[in-house]
Design a protein around this ligand. Structure first.
Ligand code: PLP
Length: 382
């Protein structure tokens, strides 16, 4: 089927919620994608921080194939080791409490929102300006973007927005009426903007003072993306609850809401559930991703490669280079046009989260040669 025919089918049968680039990817390996004509593209987007260990990683493929051949789904009505062991692995490597699995980032955040409300019934959720927490009604209510929210009003009540860069405003918004403060350590969808350390500290202190939960959304910045397993571990501000998804499954849908020990029993039997969540297949995939990301030296290498990439972008004279590890962005006058040219002229996959920025989220397994090649291609565009 030609690309034109595929586009026509998409227009006819798929709800038009996505603006797609005119390419069909049919195969991937490591940091590379191939289109239907055999053209190779260097992937510096990784499915928006999903293909954490690259495409078709042999151990990941083998883990999924083996699990699919044994048992793919049994239901949360029964015990299954891959999901339970994954919960152990996530909890032990982070907050030490308990885990609820979902199928996406939005679902992980829905769990965190429900958990916060269960913790403090009727309590407010404090979120930051420019946050992105997802598109389901609860997560959307935590995403203060008029364009995304207004068509779907009324939203879930009880969400309060404070400026991103103002610790005092955040402190002032939190009180005995607050269920949780919810923050992305690095705001991804709105342009790769690290939340200032002082704001994270203010959130931690205000939550401690008033018995509210600090929820950190690690959906885009977690799973090794910034050079530590979780971004908060690099910052040193520990949440009560964190959410993960995207890179956790390395390309299959899984999300997780992880608590500290104090909040592991807030949600009670019957409070929440999801048919597919934490199923055997996706859990097997997530173990394979963790095996790679937790290997000795891997995260230090992510940080080092990130520095090489930052240095290279700065040498190209690009303004506004920012981010941490392999979660980076720079400014350009026309983000979407730059990304389109990168794809068509240089076969480099990038993304423009805002009209004037371009972000880079390569697989964490990207090689230094591939980083040099991406920089060469960006340089050619300039
Ligand atoms: N939270 C953050 C920080 C995200 O970047 C995203 C997706 O981009 C989400 C939540 C929502 O995740 P999903 O699209 O898997 O529902």
């Amino acid at each position: 089927m030609s690309l034109a025919e595929l586009e026509a089918l998409d227009r006819r049968y798929v709800m038009g919620t996505y603006a797609r680039a005119t390419v069909e990817f049919v195969r991937g390996e490591g940091s590379w994608l191939w289109d239907a004509e055999g053209g190779a593209y260097l992937d510096f987007l990784a499915g928006v921080s999903v293909n954490q260990i690259g495409h078709a990683h042999p151990a990941w493929v083998a883990a999924i194939a083996a699990q699919a051949g044994r048992l793919a789904h049994a239901s949360n009505l029964f015990y299954s080791a891959p999901g339970i062991r994954l919960a152990e692995r996530l909890a032990v490597g982070s907050l030490g409490g308990r885990v609820f699995f979902g199928n996406s980032g939005a679902e992980a955040n829905e769990c965190a929102i429900k958990l916060a409300r269960r913790h403090r019934p009727g309590g407010e959720m404090v979120v930051l300006a420019d946050a992105f927490h997802g598109r389901t009604m609860g997560a959307l209510s935590a995403t203060p973007s008029p364009a995304k929210q207004e068509p779907f009003a009324p939203l879930v009540p009880g969400f309060v927005v404070v400026p991103r860069d103002d610790p005092e405003a955040l402190r002032a918004a939190v009180g005995g009426h607050t269920a949780a403060v919810m923050v992305e350590p690095i705001q991804g969808e709105t342009g790769i903007n690290p939340v200032p350390f002082e704001v994270l500290v203010a959130a931690r202190e205000a939550c401690d003072a008033h018995g509210a939960l600090l929820v950190l959304d690690e959906i885009q910045c977690g799973m090794g993306r910034t050079g530590t397993m979780w971004a908060w571990q690099g910052v040193g501000v520990e949440p009560d609850v964190m959410t993960a998804a995207k890179g956790l499954g390395g390309g299959v849908p899984i999300g997780a809401c992880v608590t500290s020990p104090a909040y592991g029993e807030v949600l009670r039997p019957g409070d929440h559930g999801s048919t597919f969540a934490g199923g055997l297949l996706v859990a097997a995939a997530a173990h394979a991703v963790l095996d790679v990301v937790e290997a000795p030296g891997f995260l230090a290498e992510v940080a080092a490669k990130g520095e090489v990439l930052v240095e290279g972008l700065r040498e190209l004279g690009l303004p506004g280079v920012r981010g941490r590890g392999l979660m980076l962005a720079f400014d350009v006058p026309e983000g979407a046009a730059f990304v389109r040219r990168a794809l068509t002229e240089q076969r480099l996959v990038l993304n423009a989260p805002t009209p004037s920025s371009v972000r880079l989220l390569p697989p964490l397994t990207v090689s230094r040669e591939e980083i040099a090649e991406a920089l060469r291609r960006i340089g050619a565009l300039l």
